[in-house]
Design a protein around this ligand. Structure first.
Ligand code: TYC
Length: 112
């Protein structure tokens, strides 16, 4: 029997003590992302939409105005991309704020 064959019968000290450590597998997955989308309507004032974009999505006035006009002309526009719970919270904040001010503004989310 060769020396290599003999080695196959040896129990390594760590196995003998029932302790086998596996190498850690880094398995963090990126979370799914969701676009928060604002929809156009004929009644919500432009100034109110700009305020929503500033207050809830942290945009400065020039960006908020640009996104509002994009929604106004194209029918919808993306306000931001977030993980599920943050997107859900943004949608709820927009809806609550619009209802409190009696505007029909609609906001939805879609998976990116
Ligand atoms: N279309 C609206 C108006 O003319 C303005 C508006 C813009 C409404 C964006 C909703 O998401 C919206 N007053």
């Amino acid at each position: 029997m060769s020396n290599d064959q003999k080695k196959d019968f040896l129990i390594r000290p760590e196995d003998e003590r029932g302790l086998v450590l596996e190498e850690a597998k880094p398995k963090l997955k990126k979370p799914p992302l969701f676009r928060v989308v604002l929809l156009n309507d004929d009644y919500t004032p432009m100034e109110f939409v700009v305020e929503v974009l500033e207050l809830i999505f942290g945009m400065d006035r020039p960006k908020a105005t640009r996104i509002m006009l994009e929604v106004h002309t194209k029918g919808k526009g993306i306000c931001g991309v977030y993980t599920y719970e943050i997107a859900e919270t943004k949608v709820a904040q927009v809806s609550t704020f619009a209802q409190q001010n009696q505007h029909p503004l609609l906001c939805t989310m879609e998976e990116s």
